[in-house]
Design a protein. Structure first.
Lengths: 82, 533
């Protein structure tokens, strides 16, 4: 039996989901305090500080509506939709 | 049978819980090497005294504030008073847990003014005391101990810093065993240190016919477990409006300029060690984006002389609440948020030939958006973010969105960040994006970064009037170059990022907006400053 027949595309999706869940589960135990030096750097955190924002244009969602966060018009994109 | 399986499982889980979370109430005896000295700091040297252990690492921002406060408001305070409220001497021991970069640790010690510093770089004592994150503060009551009887009791243990007020209440509550009634009264305690944060962020996106600019200023103040924030945003749009002459006989070219202003306030309150609740709200006035400005102008040119037409006046407000759970100190966070937004938008119009007037589409939208967010430190080099959001807007199917980020530190001076997201709304919207940033610290505090972003969607959902305003499918490519200075208190960031938008061909019903949905080349400039005192 060919490999393609054994692992169908839906199986790949399940495999990806399983892998991501495993990564998620890994977050249940953090490294010890004296091993957190690199991950504690401001550039390694998901910071709200303006000087530490990455790939997060506040103007891009005006065209790329799939990037928009919460909000009516931002999420509707089309302003005259019924 | 079920009980046979279930009971051992319960006991096994209980054992794991006990092993993970049970922390000693009797302080383990320790002998730590003194910082840059051959002497040893021993717990047994402090019989009859109170010992405050302040575990820190130089790279830990909250440790800097906590250690500074503990040295001045605990160590010096009790030294000046010759002990606590009952006259028991108090000694603070700052305990360093980081073995790398001793030069930066020395700078930290000098800055916070630590008097007595010991090393626990292998984390042996830290782990014995049940430490999981820094700052980690432990108060040991040595009043029961003598040279012959090492009876040291842990009376307080906290990952995170609750302020000197809390610490003084704990310390002043300790009385010598033979003199339980000799307390001199609890000293007046100062509060936790007050921290201010501020920032200004500017961004401009410039194409030949569209110029978008936004600036946001924000301030926040934090004391103990309470944080308040305020931000103001101003957007300016300059658009060279150009009708698509082949389908728009009434339209004419004109230059449009519009402003958007918004304020947002927020309040966060720690409910206990692991839980923080947040409340927020805001309001805005003006077009939220240049597309709605363009579309609003189209309808104005077509209908402003027709009965039933009203000039658009977009505005709105939002309310949000959330709960954050720090389930692993400094390394594991889960957050649940819920927001409501009410928007009065610029509606679309069409002509009702029977009534002889213009009729408009929906002009008010209500949006409800629950979301969950998980942030985890996976290893000493990996940090992960996962966000899921459902957005329910009036008259539309629910929109499901996922956003993820993975930050990886391959080396001391390198940071590699990957982001990705997927958005799904029935019947037809599918959007996804992926981005990456590589940052290199070329000299201490100065970094350069290279970034890229790719976005694609299947186009807005077309449930429109006779004339559709829905955007066709879109692809965006963006590259970027940035430089950052990350100081102790002030940080700056400058980035320049060209991008290209590539729309699919407009459908027949969308032809009047051919010029709105045309491909453009953009140059984006981002400038930001953040500070913390």
């Amino acid at each position: 039996m060919k490999l393609k027949q054994i692992i169908r595309p839906s199986s790949w999706a399940r495999l990806f989901l399983l892998g991501w869940l495993a990564v998620f589960a890994a977050g249940c135990v953090g490294p010890k305090s004296n091993q957190q030096r690199l991950v504690a750097k401001p550039s390694m955190t998901f910071s709200d500080a303006a000087a530490f924002q990455y790939n997060s244009s506040r103007l891009m969602p005006q065209q790329a509506t799939g990037l928009a966060g919460a909000g009516g018009p931002q999420n509707s994109g089309c302003t005259s939709c019924r | 049978m079920k009980t046979k399986i279930f009971l051992p499982l319960v006991f096994a889980l209980g054992a794991i819980q006990t092993a993970t979370f049970a922390a000693p109430t009797v302080a383990p005896d320790f002998a730590l090497p003194k910082w840059e000295a051959k002497e040893t700091v021993r717990l047994t040297d402090y019989a009859g005294k109170i010992v405050v252990l302040d575990f820190f690492a130089y790279w830990c921002g909250p440790c800097r504030r906590a250690s500074k406060d503990i040295e001045s408001n605990i160590q010096k305070f009790y030294a000046a008073k010759n002990g606590n409220a009952a006259g028991v001497p108090v000694q603070v021991v700052a305990v360093n847990v980081e073995s790398d970069n001793p030069k930066l640790t020395a700078e930290f010690i000098k800055e916070v003014g630590a008097d007595l510093v010991a090393n626990d770089v292998n984390g042996v004592l830290f782990n014995q005391l049940g430490g999981e994150g820094t700052p980690f503060i432990v108060v040991i009551d040595g009043t029961h101990a003598t040279a012959d009887k090492p009876d040291y009791r842990i009376v307080y243990r906290m990952a995170g810093y609750e302020g000197s007020k809390k610490l003084r209440a704990v310390i002043d509550g300790i009385k010598p065993p033979e003199n339980k009634s000799a307390a001199r009264g609890v000293s007046q305690a100062a509060g936790a240190p007050l921290t201010f944060k501020a920032g200004i962020a500017y961004e401009g996106m410039f194409a030949m016919d569209v110029k978008l600019q936004t600036i946001t200023a924000n301030v926040s103040a934090q004391q103990g477990g309470t944080e308040g924030s305020l931000s103001y945003t101003h957007n300016h749009y300059a658009v060279d409006y150009e009708p698509y002459a082949a389908f728009d006989f009434l339209g004419y070219a004109e230059s449009l300029e519009e402003n958007y202003d918004a304020v947002q306030v927020g309040l966060r309150q720690k409910l206990g060690a692991p839980l923080t609740v947040s409340l927020g709200g805001g309001a805005y006035h003006g077009f939220t984006d240049f597309r709605s400005l363009w579309l609003g102008n189209y309808y104005r040119q077509q209908f402003n002389f027709v009965p039933g037409y009203d000039s658009p006046d977009p505005q709105g407000f939002n309310l949000a609440t959330g709960l954050r759970w720090e389930y692993l100190p400094t390394t594991g966070f889960a957050e649940v948020n819920f927001s409501h937004a009410h928007d009065q938008i610029a509606p679309g119009y069409e002509f009702d030939s029977v009534a002889g007037e213009a009729v408009h589409s929906r002009e008010e939208l209500n949006t409800y958006a629950p979301s969950v967010r998980f942030e985890n430190v996976l290893t000493k080099r990996l940090r992960l973010l996962n966000e899921f959001q459902i957005t329910m807007t009036s008259g539309r199917a629910p929109r499901y969105a996922y956003h993820g980020g993975l930050n990886f530190a391959p080396g001391e001076a390198w940071v590699f960040r990957v982001t990705g997201g997927y958005t799904h709304e029935n019947p037809t919207l599918r959007a996804w994006n992926v981005g990456a940033t590589l940052e290199y610290e070329f000299v201490p505090r100065w970094s350069v970064s290279l970034s890229g972003l790719y976005y694609t969607d299947s186009g807005d959902i077309e449930i429109s009037l006779f004339i559709s305003t829905a955007a066709p499918g879109l692809k965006i490519w963006q590259g970027g170059l940035g430089v950052r200075y990350a100081g102790k208190n002030n940080s700056f960031h400058l980035a320049v990022a060209p991008s290209w938008t590539d729309y699919e061909a407009v459908q027949v019903g969308t032809r009047p907006f051919t010029n709105l949905y045309r491909d453009r080349s953009w140059l984006s400039v981002q400038l930001a400053w953040s500070c913390e005192y």
